[in-house]
Design a protein around this ligand. Structure first.
Ligand code: GCU
Length: 333
């Protein structure tokens, strides 16, 4: 059924793209489609709208980007597949969703990869790091253009308390559908339940899961705070969101057009940092005051200890070790 929907949506989008291209040729304008999975009040949506506005401004209206939020065109996985076939030209996804397209990206799901959000921000802005990751999916039909902050990921539960990783035992924990995320929850002692983001709220509601892990905006923007009242600062991962673009679309545009797109991507990513900081603050206040969510600082040491073997496996793999060295060199560790 899912496959049918993907084929159907792809065919439908192909028609829109063809129609848009015909129209565009007539008017010397090009319409491009960007899909993502966040609601319109989410900071990443706001920054993607800034990206779209900047592209339109820089190109003097010659390039127009239509943004489809909220998984309207499909989950992250489906959106990546549509980007590969150029049914859509851009999508914003978590780096975790890219892991099955390029092993390098699995590194961003490695628990405790970054020491702090500041370190993460400095590393992600480095050209060496960008060059080491962004082109790695080229043979798979897309490249990355920039990243957007997606916060620090922490555990939250519907009705179970967590003090150490021992308390994760038997916790059916939603993870992003990625091998590393599954391994991480396994290592922590929980029971990993991979689901796409749009399924998390109802999975909590129906009792299918007891826990999930994400940044604070998920509590308010996707209403997870209605069904999960305890938020624990395990700070186990900082996973960037990435804006990816279809290789076929890249090849069909001129150098000048790609320059507008790249500049707009970079500028919107920089502006996103302040937008993100402000929205996280607001989310915490709203979750506390209007949803009765309790935020708990906890001792992370048992979590850090439990994932050591998983971290080690990244050092033993030739491909991820190389990428890890690039990150560590940039971090000056
Ligand atoms: C973050 C991320 C999304 C991702 C989500 C998830 O919110 O920004 O891209 O889909 O986590 O946990 O699935």
């Amino acid at each position: 059924m899912k496959k049918f929907i993907v084929v159907f949506v792809s065919a439908f989008l192909m028609c829109i793209v063809t129609f848009a291209t015909v129209q565009a040729n007539m008017a010397d304008e090009k319409e491009l489609i960007l899909s993502h999975n966040q609601p319109t009040d989410h900071p990443v949506h706001k920054s993607l709208m800034i990206f779209a506005e900047k592209v339109e401004e820089k190109s003097d209206g010659k390039l127009k980007i239509n943004v489809f939020p909220n998984e309207r065109l499909g989950s992250e996985r489906e959106a990546i597949e549509m980007t590969q076939s150029n049914a859509i030209q851009f999508t914003k996804v978590s780096a975790s969703a890219l892991e099955s397209f390029s092993k390098s990206y699995s590194l961003f799901s490695m628990p405790y990869l970054f020491e702090s959000q500041d370190e993460y921000r400095q590393i992600m802005r480095s050209e060496d790091v960008q060059n080491a990751f962004y082109p790695t999916t080229e043979d798979n039909g897309f490249i990355a253009l920039t990243h957007y902050d997606a916060g620090v990921r922490n555990m939250y539960t519907s009705n179970r308390e967590i003090e150490t990783n021992e308390d994760m035992k038997g916790l059916r924990t939603r993870v992003q559908p990625s091998e590393t995320n599954i391994q991480m929850i396994d290592a922590l002692g929980g029971t990993p339940t991979p689901l796409s983001y749009g399924e998390v709220y109802t999975a909590f509601q129906s009792g299918m899961i007891d826990a999930a892990e994400n940044n604070e905006t998920a509590l308010t923007s996707s209403n997870h705070g209605e069904v999960a009242k305890n938020y624990y600062y395990t700070e186990h991962a900082i996973v960037p969101d990435l804006l990816i673009m279809s290789k076929e679309a890249v090849d069909s545009l001129s150098d000048e057009e790609m320059q507008w797109i790249n500049d707009a991507a970079e500028e919107s990513s920089i502006e996103h940092e302040d937008i993100w900081n402000a929205e996280v603050e607001t989310s915490i206040e709203t979750a506390q005051n209007e949803m009765d969510v309790e935020f708990h600082d906890i001792d992370k040491s048992s979590f850090i200890e439990a994932v050591q073997p998983l971290q080690q496996s990244f050092r033993e793999d030739e491909e991820t070790r190389k990428q890890l060295e690039i990150i560590e060199e940039e971090a000056d560790r």
